[in-house]
Each structure stands twice: as structure tokens, then as C-alpha cells.
Design a protein around this ligand. Structure first.
Ligand SMILES: OC[C@H]1O[C@H](O[C@H]2O[C@H](CO)[C@@H](O)[C@H](O)[C@H]2O)[C@H](O)[C@@H](O)[C@@H]1O
Length: 632
């Protein structure tokens, strides 16, 4: 058993040497559904890619302290008094107390009413003319006393490779353009600004009642705010956008309402509005092993992650998000054999070739920094099941199967029927030799089972029977080869090692919930694949995944275990574990991909859709069970 750290001690525990990099759990996330930014607690924006999630960064000091940042806050003070989201929004509020007074800063990637058809996402509910302003707006209000505020904006284009060249416009000290790497961004502020090499600096004393703002924009068509009132107005519009969106969600009146809301807002904030695609996380190359090589670019759309996301959103009644994703799916260009890639760019881009940026130090020295993701052309046989399960769910909820989607059903079912007997890289995208992963076969069973149900709903009993036959064959194969002597689902057919992905057998109803093999699997994972109760994907000393270093516990797997415990009727255990997982959220309620129990650090990319969607699903399962208990 490993002792768990107090999350408040995270910064202290980040090593004997004090790192110049803030802990991953320190960052606030804001979004405009085209891109997102990370704000450190000292008021510095350390990550922003424009215009889109997968564009090169302009502020990249998350990955190298020299790769650009943008601070706005009181001069000479690094520690805020309080940080919180404006309730129900992805707008950040920071309160700063200084010896002479206090101020409140709000930061948003703003949304506006653009009123033009081409900016309207066709499937958004309610019909809306709200879309990104493509700008970052930061406002400050002095609440009491006198406070000197400063802005220091130092972009570095193309992931820090090209320092900004600044120019003040027409001798006006309130507007400046920065250029580099074929990009131009405009900064406007009511603070008088001056150029200092590659940075812009401004400073001003505010007294009680005074306000100030700065705004950075990256499209010519949408100019930055004209004055402070305009800047405050844009933030107010953005707050209204998020609240309006959240109002469409059915979030139960439960003590977990806040984390459910935050998770829904994170997942929506990771969705690219023009296509409905969801990125797996906002960032690239935050390490899964401190200082190690397990660093990946997550700014893309995995079929698996996106379809799991839809399932979580459906539970919150956010069905129109799924409509958008179905269109994205239908627009994708399949391979010649009809199969889908395991992942795409947010605009459907197929080639995500991975490159390494040797020039970047990496987060706290974790190299390499990867741009692109080499897993894009892997074969992962779970994808068919993920896609077909979400199509079935969507069809049941909306009572219709869009005509454009039926060919996907056919190609995915045929694809699964053809490949289920082949080894693959598995759900964890192992870069080692292909194996007969149990979770991949399980998801192929899901594919055939869901396809058969869809064929039945469409009135095609012959096709339904054919696909059902394949499902039965896969089911039998897993039971014959995927269960160890002691009656536990194994990682793959050639090992008895445990793998948390076999929990999917419980979550997807592969066997009746009282089946011994399911219970054995849940108990074995809870007892043997955990560190202080938090779940590892697999043991890196037992499993060759092609990488070095030991990773942290995987948060989606920990939430899956909660969910699985609830399915097998262990509600008190599930509830306890859920409460523990909620306690290790970042101070702002965010989750990265992994959690290191020895130090209490979050590891890996942040915020991670997988972690948040699994939180929603696990909470849903327990809340449902509690309601059923109340009724009985
Ligand atoms: O562990 C090696 C792999 O790690 C990444 O994949 C993980 O993240 C994906 C996105 O959330 C998820 O779909 C997958 O299940 C996870 O294992 C990385 O993207 C891969 O390139 C890498 O091989």
C-alpha cells in the first residue's frame, strides 16, 4: 500500500529541486470551443494554440519556459487569494489581495453573437448565432484600496520557435500587433503599453471602482473590444453562453452536482464547434511518467474517446452534441476497405504524422515533445464497437437512424466481422507487438451485437441474424480463451496479466452482473491492479508496451472500477471510491489523465476528456442505483 499525499502539498512534493513549471493540477482551463487556454495560478497563460486546438501554440511555456506566456494581474504578487470558475461557465475568476487593496480578474476566450449563417453550427440546439470571437479577453476591477496591475504579453509563434515582432499601431500605445511564422495577433488594452524586445508591457495603478482590460485577437474580421465596457460585456455574453448551454443539461440534484457540471463543461469545452469533434485533451506532451518519454499529443479526435464522450453526454440529456458528432462521422473519409481510422484531426484530417520538437525542453524536462500522434494509422479493433454502440444509443434516443449513418453501420459491422480474430494494438495503443487483447475482442462483440440490433430496428431480420451469429461466435471465443484458470478476464490470450480495460466487460453487460467471472475480474483489479485504491491500466513491469518508465494510476480506469463495483452491486464500495476520486480533483475540479498516488500529482495531458466523461458515467451509475434503492 502506498500512502496518499494531501493534494494541497502537491507543489512542495514536486521534487527536491523546485521546478519552474507549475504542477499540472495548478492550471485553469478556458475554452471557446475552437481552442482553449491554460492559466497558471500566478495569472500567466502558459498554453494557447490559435485559431484551433491543433494549431501551433503562441503561448507554449507549458512545454518550455521560453516558449511564450501572457500574464495579467497585480504587479509583484504571484499568489492569488482565490480562484474559481464563474459558476456554470468556463470563465475564470481570480481574486488578488495585496497589502494596499484587492482586485478581481476575469479571463475568457469569448463567445459573441455573430448573426451570420456561416458562423452558425448547423446542428446546434437551440439554433444559435453564438460562436467564438476568436479572442482572449482579460478584465480587472479594483474592489478596494489601490493596486498596481501589469500585463506582460510575450508570444512565441510555432511552439516557441519564432519570437514575436511587435509594432504599436499609429503611435497608439493601446493597440499593438505581433507577427511571426505567418501569423498576426492584435493586443488591445486601456493600459498604456510599451515594447520591450519580444514582449509588450503595461502597468497602471487602479483605485477602488476602477477597471481595466486587455484583449488579444487573432482574426481580422472580429476586432478586439473598443473599451473596457465592451470587454466586460463580451465576458458577460460568454458567461451567458455557457450558462445557457448548461441549462440544457439534466444534472441531478445530488451532492455530486458540482463535479458533474464541471465535467460537462470541460467536455463541451474540448469540443470543436464547427464539426462537433472532441479532442482527447487540450495539450500535447504533458508526461505520464515525470521527466519521462510517455508524452503524447492529444489534440485530436479518437473514435473511442469521442463515442464514450457521447454516451456520457447522452446521460446528461445533451443529445444534440451527438447529432453533431454523427454528422462528423458521416463526413469522414473511410479507408478503401470501408474502415475508419482510430483517430482524425478535428476537421477530419487523416494524416497526423508525429514529429518531435527537439528545440523544446518539455514540461519539467520530459522529452520528447511530440506534435502529431503516431498511433493514427494503428489497427485497434475496439473502434468498431465504440462507434456502433454510440450509433445504437443515439438511434434509440432520437428514434431515428439518419440515412447517412446506415452505410457506417454496414462498414463497421463488416469490418468487425472481418478482423475480430486478428491481433491488434489494443485500446491502450501499445507500440509493441500486436496481441489478442480481450478488450478489443469484447468491443468487436459489442460491434456485432449493436449492429444486429440496428439491423433489426431497420426491419432487416436476415442481416440482424447474420450479425447476431458473429456476435455469438466472438462471445464464445472470449469465454474460451480470455478467461484465466482462476476465472478472471485476462489482458490478452497469451498472458494471465490483468488489464483495467477488461472492466468494459462489466460496463457493457458482456455477462449477467452476478456472473462469477465478472465479480472475480472486478475484485482482482481492485486488489491487484491498484495503488492505494487507484487503478493502473496494467503493470508496466508485466506488460511490454514499447515504452520505458512507470506511469501513474489511470483516472478513466479508476472511474471504471467505481462504475463496475456499482454494476456488481457493491454500492458502498463504489461510493467510497467515488468520493476519494472527487477529492483528488484539482482545486478547480479538473482532472488530467493520470494520478500519482505517491506525490498526489496529476500526470499527463489536461484536462482529459476520458477522465471527465468516466466521472459522469460512474456518478450516473451510482445515482441510478441509489434511486432504485430508495424505491425498493
Ligand atoms: O500508452 C501509449 C499511447 O498513449 C496514448 O493513448 C492514450 O490516449 C488516447 C487518447 O485519450 C486513448 O484513446 C488511448 O486509449 C490511450 O492509451 C497516445 O495517444 C498513443 O499514441 C500512445 O501510443
Amino acid at each position: 500500500m502506498t500512502a496518499i499525499a494531501d493534494p494541497k502539498e502537491v507543489a512542495v512534493l514536486s521534487g527536491a529541486r523546485r521546478s519552474p513549471f507549475p504542477p499540472i493540477a495548478d492550471y485553469a482551463f478556458i475554452s471557446n470551443c475552437h481552442t482553449g487556454a491554460l492559466i497558471a495560478s500566478d495569472g500567466s497563460i502558459d498554453w494557447l494554440c490559435v485559431p484551433n486546438f491543433d494549431s501551433p501554440s503562441v503561448f507554449g511555456s507549458l512545454l518550455d519556459r521560453e516558449a511564450g506566456s501572457f500574464r495579467f494581474g497585480p504587479y509583484g504578487i504571484d499568489h492569488p487569494t482565490a480562484r474559481a470558475y464563474v459558476p456554470g461557465t468556463n470563465v475564470m475568476q481570480t481574486t488578488w489581495r495585496t497589502p494596499s487593496g484587492w482586485v478581481v480578474v476575469r479571463d475568457a476566450l469569448t463567445m459573441g453573437h455573430h448573426g451570420t449563417e456561416d458562423l452558425v453550427t448547423p446542428h446546434t440546439r437551440p439554433p444559435s448565432d453564438v460562436d467564438a470571437d476568436h479572442m482572449l479577453v482579460r478584465t480587472v476591477r479594483c474592489m478596494e484600496g489601490r493596486v498596481e496591475v501589469e500585463l506582460i504579453c510575450e508570444p512565441a509563434f510555432d511552439y516557441g520557435r519564432t519570437p514575436a515582432q511587435w509594432e504599436l499601431l499609429d503611435g497608439d500605445r493601446h493597440t499593438a500587433d505581433a507577427t511571426g511564422a505567418d501569423q498576426r495577433i492584435r493586443l488591445r488594452s486601456d493600459l498604456a503599453m510599451g515594447i520591450e524586445g519580444n514582449r509588450i508591457r503595461g502597468r497602471q495603478v487602479l483605485t477602488a471602482g476602477d477597471t481595466a482590460y486587455c484583449a488579444l485577437s487573432w482574426t481580422k474580421e472580429l476586432p478586439p473590444p473598443a473599451d473596457a465596457a465592451d470587454a466586460f460585456g463580451r465576458i458577460a455574453t460568454t458567461e451567458a453562453f455557457w450558462r445557457d448551454w448548461l441549462a440544457g443539461a439534466r444534472i441531478p440534484d445530488h451532492r455530486w452536482r458540482d463535479p458533474l457540471q464541471r465535467s460537462a463543461l470541460v467536455v463541451k469545452g474540448l469540443t470543436y464547434m464547427p464539426t462537433g469533434a472532441t479532442v482527447a485533451a487540450l495539450t500535447t506532451s504533458l508526461p505520464e511518467t515525470p521527466h519521462g518519454e510517455r508524452n503524447w499529443d492529444y489534440r485530436y479526435t479518437w473514435m473511442r474517446d469521442s463515442t464514450f464522450t457521447l454516451q456520457a453526454l447522452h446521460w446528461l440529456n445533451l443529445d444534440w452534441e451527438a447529432d453533431e458528432f454523427m454528422q462528423f462521422l458521416a463526413d469522414l473519409e473511410p479507408d478503401t476497405d470501408g474502415s475508419l481510422q482510430i483517430m482524425y484531426g478535428i476537421n477530419g484530417r487523416r494524416d497526423l504524422t508525429e514529429t518531435i520538437r527537439e528545440d523544446l525542453s518539455g514540461y519539467d524536462g520530459a522529452k520528447p515533445v511530440r506534435i502529431g500522434n503516431g498511433a493514427f494509422d494503428q489497427r485497434q479493433n475496439d473502434v468498431y464497437g465504440a462507434v456502433l454502440d454510440s450509433i445504437l444509443l443515439h438511434t434509440r434516443r432520437s428514434q431515428r437512424l439518419p440515412r447517412r449513418v446506415w452505410p457506417i453501420v454496414i462498414s463497421q459491422a463488416e469490418g468487425a466481422a472481418k478482423v475480430w480474430q486478428n491481433p491488434d494494438q489494443g485500446i491502450w495503443e501499445a507500440r509493441g507487438a500486436p496481441q489478442h487483447y480481450v478488450s478489443s475482442k469484447l468491443m468487436c462483440w459489442i460491434a456485432m451485437d449493436r449492429a444486429a440490433k440496428l439491423a433489426h430496428m431497420r426491419g432487416d431480420p436476415e442481416l440482424a441474424a447474420k450479425w447476431h451469429g458473429v456476435a455469438t461466435e466472438i462471445h464464445a471465443d472470449i469465454l474460451a480463451n480470455g478467461v484465466s484458470q482462476r476465472g478472471v478476464l485476462r489482458q490478452h490470450y497469451g498472458t494471465d496479466a490483468l488489464d483495467a480495460s477488461t472492466l468494459l466487460a462489466v460496463l457493457f453487460g458482456f455477462l449477467p452482473h452476478h456472473d462469477e467471472r465478472l465479480r472475480n475480474t472486478v475484485n482482482a483489479i481492485a486488489e491487484e491492479l491498484t495503488e492505494d485504491g487507484f487503478v493502473l491500466r496494467y503493470r508496466t513491469d508485466e506488460t511490454d508496451d514499447g515504452m520505458s518508465g512507470k506511469e501513474g494510476t489511470f483516472l478513466i480506469c479508476s472511474f471504471w472500477l467505481v462504475n463496475a463495483l456499482a454494476v456488481v452491486g457493491e454500492i458502498p464500495r463504489a461510493r467510497d471510491m467515488m468520493e476519494r476520486l472527487l477529492r483528488i480533483a484539482s482545486p478547480l475540479g479538473l482532472y488530467a489523465e493520470e494520478y500519482e498516488v505517491q506525490t498526489g500529482r496529476h500526470l499527463g495531458n489536461v484536462p482529459q476528456a476520458f477522465s471527465h466523461l468516466a466521472l459522469i458515467q460512474a456518478a450516473a451509475r451510482i445515482i441510478l442505483a441509489e434511486r432504485l434503492e430508495e424505491l425498493s
